[in-house]
Design a protein around this ligand. Structure first.
Ligand SMILES: Nc1nc2c(ncn2[C@@H]2O[C@H](COP(=O)(O)OP(=O)(O)OP(=O)(O)O)[C@@H](O)[C@H]2O)c(=O)[nH]1
Ligand SMILES: [Mg+2]
Length: 383
C-alpha cells in the first residue's frame, strides 16, 4: 500500500489537496495534530499531518488479457453502457406526454426465442453470440447459466460478470473436462492410440505430439502404424519417424502388435497411428478393434475429430466409434478451417468425454495447442 502525506495548517485545505491529486474517493488513514509555537510563545498554531492511501489499480479480469483482448472487452463494455443509456433516454422520453408515439429503440436486443425466456440482458446477448458460433441452443443455455445470477427486477437469469470471455470460461470450467498435458513417466511404458475418420489429421498430429515428447521432454518415443491397406500411408509416417530419429514399426494384426509392444523395454511412450475408418464401415472398425486389442491395458485411445464437421455428424462419429473403442479423450483438429467452432463445447458436453489438444494448422510440430477453458473461450469469442 502506498501512502501520501500532506502537511499544513488547514485540515480542510489538506483534504482538498489530496482529492485534487488522488480523486474524490480518497481513503484517509489517519491524521496527526501538533501544536507549533512561533516566535511569540503565546501564539500557538495547530499543524496537521494527513495520511492518505494512494489508490492502486486493482488486478481485475482485464489484466490477464492481451492489449487487443482488452480493447475488444472494453469496446463491448462501452457498447453495453451505450445501450443502457439509450434505454434510459427512451424510457425518460416515454414518460414525457408530449411524445405522440412510443419510441423504438433499434439497439434493443430482440429475445432470440421462447426457449430463452428465463434469461435477460447480457445473458441473452451472450447466448446470441454463442448461437452464431454454432453452439447448440441447449448447450448455450447450460454454459451461460453457470455464469448467471437471478436478476431481482425481472426474476430472470443475467450474467454476474460484464465480460463474455469470463462468463464462457466459468461455464466451460464447470461443464467440460480437460485431460491437461500428457503425463508420462520415464521408464513406465504408456501406449497412446489415435483413431478417427479418414483425413482428420491423425498421422500429422501424432507426430506433432511425438516431436514435443522427443525434443522438449527428452522422452524415448516409438511409433507403431496400423495402416494396413492405404497405399503410401505408412511411408508418410515412416518419413516423420526418420526425421525424429525414433523407432518405427508397421503391424497388421493383434498378435504382432502384442509382440512389438512387449519388445519395447526402454521406451517411455508408444504412439499408435491407425488408418482412417469411416464410422459407417463396421467391418473395418471391427478389424481395427481386434488389432488394437493386442495392446496392453495401458492403452489410452484418442478420437481425432475435425472442427469443420457438422455437430450432428460429429456426435454420430463419437457414438459409433465408442461402441468399438473405449475413447479416453477427444483430440480436435483443423480449427483454422472454421469460424463457427461450436463443436468445441457441443461435443464434450454431450458425450462427457474429456478433451485434450487442438490442432491449429498443417505445420509439424508448431500447430498444436493444449486445450484449456481460456482457449476454448477465445475460439468461441473469435480471437
Ligand atoms: N488446415 C489444417 N490441416 C490439417 C490440420 N491437421 C492436419 N491437417 C492436414 O490434413 C491432411 C490429412 O492429415 P493426415 O494426418 O494425413 O490425416 P489422417 O487422419 O492421418 O488421414 P488418414 O490416415 O488418411 O485417415 C494433411 O494435409 C494435413 O496436413 C489442421 O489442424 N489444419
Ligand atoms: Mg494417417
Amino acid at each position: 500500500m502506498k501512502i501520501n502525506k500532506y502537511e499544513g495548517y488547514d485540515l480542510d485545505a489538506l483534504i482538498e489537496e489530496a482529492k485534487r491529486e488522488l480523486g474524490n474517493d480518497i481513503k484517509i488513514l489517519s491524521y496527526e495534530v501538533e501544536d507549533e509555537r512561533g516566535i511569540f510563545p503565546f501564539k500557538k498554531r495547530k499543524k496537521y499531518t494527513l495520511f492518505v492511501e494512494v489508490p492502486t489499480a486493482q488486478e481485475g479480469f482485464l489484466d490477464i488479457l492481451s492489449k487487443e483482448e482488452k480493447n475488444e472487452e472494453i469496446d463491448r463494455f462501452l457498447e453495453k453502457i451505450e445501450k443502457m443509456i439509450d434505454k434510459k433516454i427512451e424510457s425518460l422520453k416515454l414518460n414525457q406526454t408530449i411524445l405522440p408515439t412510443p419510441p423504438h429503440n433499434e439497439n434493443q436486443q430482440i429475445p432470440i426465442s421462447e426457449e430463452f425466456n428465463e434469461f435477460t440482458g447480457d445473458a441473452l446477448d451472450l447466448i446470441n453470440l454463442l448461437l452464431k458460433k454454432d453452439v447448440e441452443p441447449k448447450i448455450a443455455k447450460i454454459l451461460v447459466k453457470e455464469a448467471c445470477g437471478l436478476d431481482i427486477d425481472t426474476n430472470k437469469f443475467d450474467l454476474n460478470t460484464s465480460f463474455f470471455k469470463e462468463a464462457i470460461i466459468k461455464g466451460v470450467q464447470k461443464k467440460i473436462r480437460f485431460t491437461g498435458p500428457l503425463k508420462i513417466q520415464k521408464g513406465g511404458l504408456k501406449v497412446k492410440a489415435f483413431v478417427g475418420p479418414t483425413g482428420v489429421g491423425k498421422t500429422t498430429n501424432l507426430f506433432k505430439i511425438a516431436s514435443e515428447l522427443v525434443i522438449n521432454q527428452k522422452l524415448k518415443v516409438a511409433v507403431i502404424s496400423i495402416d494396413t491397406f492405404k497405399v503410401g500411408a505408412i511411408q508418410q509416417a515412416r518419413a516423420y519417424a526418420n526425421i525424429l530419429n525414433i523407432p518405427f514399426f508397421a503391424v497388421t494384426d493383434s498378435k504382432n502388435l502384442r509382440k512389438t509392444l512387449s519388445s519395447m523395454s526402454n521406451i517411455d511412450i508408444v504412439l499408435i497411428d491407425t488408418v482412417g475408418r469411416s464410422h459407417y464401415d463396421y467391418w473395418r472398425l471391427g478389424e481395427m478393434k481386434e488389432i488394437l486389442g493386442g495392446g496392453n491395458d495401458l492403452m489410452d485411445i484418442s478420437l481425432v475429430i475435425s472442427c469443420n464437421y457438422k455437430n450432428s455428424e460429429a456426435i454420430e462419429i463419437v457414438n459409433r466409434y465408442r461402441t468399438f473403442f473405449p475413447i479416453n479423450s477427444i483430440f480436435f483438429t483443423k480449427i483454422d478451417e472454421t469460424y463457427k467452432p461450436g463443436i468445441l463445447v457441443n461435443l464434450p458436453i454431450k458425450t462427457e468425454i474429456p478433451v485434450s489438444f487442438i490442432s491449429t494448422g498443417q505445420r509439424v510440430p508448431e500447430d498444436l495447442r493444449l486445450l484449456n477453458p481460456e482457449r476454448v473461450a477465445n475460439y468461441l469469442i473469435g480471437e
